[in-house]
Design a protein around this ligand. Sequence first.
Ligand SMILES: Nc1ncnc2c1ncn2[C@@H]1O[C@H](COP(=O)(O)OP(=O)(O)OP(=O)(O)O)[C@@H](O)[C@H]1O
Ligand SMILES: [Mg+2]
Length: 241
Amino acid sequence: MNELKPSTHPPLFSLRGVTRSFGQIEALRGIDLDIDQGEILAIMGPSGSGKSTLLHTLAGVIPPDGGAVHYGNTALESLGETARARLRLRDFGFVFQFGQLLPDLTALDNVSLPLLLQGFKRRVALSQAASWLDRLGLADHRQALPGELSGGQAQRVAVARALVTGPKVLFADEPTGSLDSLAAENVISLLTDITRSSGTTVIIVTHDSRTASYADREVVVRDGRISGNANALRTPEGVHA
Ligand SMILES: Nc1ncnc2c1ncn2[C@@H]1O[C@H](COP(=O)(O)OP(=O)(O)OP(=O)(O)O)[C@@H](O)[C@H]1O
Ligand SMILES: [Mg+2]
């Protein structure tokens, strides 16, 4: 972790001079960051430093005020709301701290929902969802409602729901933030095992250094900037720009 690695291919995400304010608050003050395809990146930093804003900017949820956000060859700031929403549906999966499961649907129905929204037949969606729940150790909880699951089990359902569509990038904002350390480790180790084997790029915001230790690289955001920029940019020479 944290070493500069020589790189011969273009990054999947490339941010240059990205700024974003909310009224008087400058949440992002000039972010330069490259993220490789297949990389598992942890974003750390104090509360209010801009981590979630950075994640939402990468995911095309929040347009930046200034600077450039490239996803592959696409300049996200050049896309309108509809195009960004379409890109998110097609390429991105999301896991949040808690509360993202629909409380009246079973685990199985929660996980099959993204496939149904993509137009898959119910039988196919349910069978894919069941196999994802099995993979996350939840075979015995397919019919459970979210309120009947532990925090760790509910987060594993959320991970299954984020991965069931085979996203290219998984965004996770404090995915273990509401869990005790054992459950947190269980969720993060499953998440990183699965995404490493599929080559999925993962961007995890976390306060927890144990969770971050499962990533390939950590960056720290302070006051809207990447602190210690040495690892934020990777170039063919392996020297930061
Ligand atoms: N929608 C918004 N409207 C107004 N201010 C916002 C909004 N989103 C973020 N901010 C402000 O921008 C700054 C950065 O917020 P952000 O949520 O990115 O921090 P964070 O690092 O994720 O914090 P935490 O660790 O507490 O989740 C904060 O001062 C916050 O109050
Ligand atoms: Mg946050």
